[in-house]
Design a protein around this ligand. Structure first.
Ligand code: HEC
Ligand SMILES: [Cu+2]
Length: 355
């Protein structure tokens, strides 16, 4: 029945509208037409407008013709035998071959032009290696020798080239895909392969990143944040991050936290000055500066952090971090306080405007 199809379409549209609502992303916009913050997104938006324009034109012409024919040649009940039979129409057939060809070639030309523009090498670009892991992101500022996970700090106005790759080529690695909704995207993060993408962020702010290639149980939970700050702030950030070394705590709670961290966590997680860790686990050196926990999932508050340490597999399906249910609440609190104490002072990334 026709009304069922209409109801289904309306329901789908409602679902899409709900999913696109900024509240779903904690105040960040997921609108791919948002061109406020980068020439990259504006270029892609321009292309999308052309493609959607042609698509709308084709839709109207085809549906219009279909409606016209359906009504004009509908059954009247007065038919006597077969209607007149028509075979072929050269003029029409040439026309409906040429018009789609012109449309496809136009879209091809526009796409090629955009691709050349976007692939232009940018002199002076900063290189950041991006590595997708199940289910989190690692960032490596090659020229500065700084590593950070799940949060990327970038200076405004300077081109940055992402060298996107996945895992370490070991056999259980899968493909992820790198996208910062309001800034740039998309590049697949493929183990053993490096793909590049360059963008110049134009506005300071807090951006939302997300894996956009189905990669397992927590694909939807594989997010990250990008903080675009002034060049001066970035310079201070990177200079301090480069030389950061965790110092021995004096507070007894933090001392207990460090002891537990060394016992329970240091085999996996790096923390400069305390633990080397392994590359296939997030770096926790500057965890106190991170605004989220669980790869962009929850606000980095003591409550969420403690819940995460105790039972991350219960919060995020498929995580490659074990639960620590055997630790007492007090011990978990001590570890959380210890992790949050590691940070560079004077940065409040939560204050930034959300994009
Ligand atoms: C077997 C290795 C392993 C051990 C041991 C381990 N972790 Fe993890 N941890 C991981 C992995 C892998 C992730 C990434 C999970 C994800 O988001 O998919 C992670 C994520 C985290 C995060 C979130 C990082 C972020 O930026 O979102 C924190 C915090 C954390 N671990 C703390 C700890 C603490 C504290 C301990 C010790 C009590 C610990 N981990 C023990 C592997 C481990
Ligand atoms: Cu994914």
């Amino acid at each position: 029945m026709w009304w069922r199809s209409v109801a289904l379409i309306l329901l789908l549209m409602l679902g899409l509208a709900w999913a696109a609502e900024p509240g779903q992303a904690g105040g960040h916009t997921l609108n791919i037409l948002d061109g406020e913050a980068s020439a990259f997104n504006r270029e892609v938006r321009g292309l999308l407008v052309w493609v959607m324009g042609f698509a709308a034109l084709v839709f109207v012409v085809v549906m219009g013709a279909l409606t016209y024919v359906t009504i004009k040649f509908r059954r009247t009940g007065k038919e006597t035998g077969e209607p007149p039979q028509t075979h072929g129409n050269d003029r029409l057939e040439v026309l409906w071959t040429i018009i789609p060809t012109v449309i496809v070639l136009t879209i091809f030309g526009l796409t090629a032009r955009s691709m050349f523009r976007l692939e232009q090498p940018q002199p002076g670009a900063m290189v950041v290696e991006v590595r997708g892991w199940q289910f989190w992101w690692d960032f490596h500022y090659k020229e500065y020798g700084v590593r950070d996970s799940n949060q990327l700090i970038l200076p405004v106005g300077r081109p940055v080239t992402f060298e996107v790759t996945g895992g370490d080529g070991s056999n259980y690695d899968v493909i992820h895909s790198f996208r910062i909704a309001s800034l740039v995207g998309t590049r697949d993060a493929i183990p053993g392969v490096v793909t590049r993408i360059t963008v110049t962020p134009e506005k300071e702010g807090n951006y939302y990143g997300q894996c956009v290639e189905l990669c397992g149980a927590s694909h939807a939970n594989m997010r990250f944040r990008v903080k675009v700050v002034s060049q001066e702030e970035f310079d201070r950030w990177i200079a301090e991050a480069k030389t950061y070394q965790a110092s021995a705590p004096t507070d007894p709670t933090l001392q207990r936290g460090e002891e537990l961290f060394k016992q329970q966590c240091a085999a996996c997680h790096g923390l400069k000055g305390v633990a080397q860790g392994l590359p296939n686990n997030p770096d926790l050196t500057l965890f106190g500066n991170r605004t989220t926990v669980g790869a962009g999932m929850w606000p980095n508050t003591p409550e969420y952090l403690e819940a995460w340490i105790k039972n991350s597999p219960g919060m995020k399906p498929g995580v490659k971090m074990p639960a620590f249910l055997h630790l007492s609440d007090q011990d978990v609190k001590a570890i959380a306080a210890y992790l949050l104490s590691h940070k560079i002072e004077g940065f409040d990334f939560d204050k930034l405007e959300k994009f």
